[in-house]
Design a protein around this ligand. Structure first.
Ligand code: F6R
Length: 368
């Protein structure tokens, strides 16, 4: 069943172009409009939404963080992102015009399920984004958008994460369409870009040897830092989580802009620092992230830089470079996450760990 791959995780990483394409399939028309036949909430109900609260755990929570940037931009509806385990213990403000969006691969995560029950008691509408047909979370929700990533066997989530981001984007674009929001005319363009991402993800897979070589070169490192900004920030968090889970090593993700507010103190000679660089050009945070690379390198860090093709500004400060295809900023997580998944998988395998069944972890966390 591993189709010749050593690990399910590798097989699932390789399935990502298909997971993304399948999650888009049948959800748009030829002329660039979103259609969600499965959406059980009416357009009137959706027009009434004045706040979105996105709730999830772990990797799914990072998908929610990515979604916030896109959904707020396209719809102008405020999006709060919540850890399911924190949400119902802090007296959250919800009512009939709140749309709670929960994200779960398994559909059985107890923390998320409890958050749904709480939200519904408070009269909020609940839409779940889920990868598992017939699981508990979609059954207890008012509406569901399934991610069509296919079964995920490896404990560490990979293809479900990319599919979750895509499903959130489909939702965001659909809401923008229903509301006729300011960025409505961007919908057709961004949809075309989304449809093109499986090919960009495939390129990241084809270039996996670059990442394998970096994993071999960093052999011996025992602590890792990941930096990103804007949608690159949750990507950094996800890169760190994958490495923690699989390699059992210290790995931390930070918002690059926070570096000078504390984390830079931990940078010392030889520590590997992965930096997700936003696309250059119109992106106002690009230069700031490039300065961050210089700052950590001046303190002895070994820098592994993920930057867009042709972004020569990073070359002088990169000990290792991973080139990313040109995609709009909001879609960059769909390509930039892939080498970080491959790195975690390779690094853990190098240490002799069971990549598919990391110690202490379960695929579905059905206790609070
Ligand atoms: C990370 C991972 C976990 C899950 C989290 C939520 O690789 O697998 O962090 O993402 O336990 O699980 P779901 O999405 O099933 O609710």
């Amino acid at each position: 069943q591993k189709d010749g791959y050593e690990w399910y995780m590798l097989k699932e990483i390789v399935e990502q172009p298909k997971a993304v394409a399948d999650t888009l399939l049948g959800r748009h028309t030829q002329d660039g409009r979103l259609q969600l036949d499965e959406m059980r909430l009416s357009d009137d109900e959706l027009r009434n939404v004045d706040k979105i609260v996105a709730i999830a755990c772990g990797t799914s929570y990072y998908a929610a963080m990515v979604a916030k940037y896109a959904i707020e931009h396209w719809t102008r509806i405020p999006v709060e992102v919540e850890l399911a385990s924190e949400f119902r213990y802090r007296d959250p403000i919800l009512d009939q015009s709140t749309l709670v969006v929960t994200i779960s691969q398994s559909g059985e995560t107890m923390d998320t399920l409890m958050a749904i029950r709480y939200a519904r008691q408070q009269k909020a509408r609940v839409l779940s984004i889920c990868n598992t047909n017939g699981s508990t979370i979609p059954r207890e929700s008012d509406a569901v958008i399934y991610t069509h990533a296919g079964p995920e066997v490896a404990v560490a989530s990979t293809k479900a994460f990319l599919a979750q981001i895509v499903a959130c984007y489909v939702l965001g674009l659909y809401l923008a369409q229903v509301k006729g929001a300011k960025y409505g005319d961007e919908i057709a363009r961004i949809l075309d870009d989304l449809i093109a991402t499986p090919a960009a993800i495939q390129r990241m897979l084809d270039e996996a040897d670059v990442v394998r070589k970096i994993a071999a070169d960093l052999n011996g490192a025992r602590s890792f830092i990941f930096l990103g900004r804007h949608v690159g920030y949750p990507v950094a968090l996800e890169g760190a989580l994958k490495l923690k889970e699989l390699a059992y090593l210290h790995a931390e993700g930070f918002a690059a802009g926070e570096l000078k507010h504390g984390p830079i103190a931990v940078i010392e000679e030889g520590v590997p620092v992965f930096v997700v660089v936003p696309p250059p050009g119109r992106n106002e945070v690009h230069e700031k992230v490039v300065s961050n690379i210089q700052e950590v390198r001046a303190r002895g860090a070994r820098t592994i830089v993920l930057a867009e093709d042709g972004d020569e500004s990073v070359v002088p400060y990169a000990d290792h470079l991973i080139w990313l295809p040109k995609v709009p900023t909001l879609l960059q997580p769909l390509v930039a996450t892939v080498p970080l998944q491959i790195f975690a998988c390779e690094f853990a395998a190098q240490l002799g760990h069971d990549v598919d069944q990391p110690r202490n972890l379960a695929k579905s966390v059905t206790v609070e």
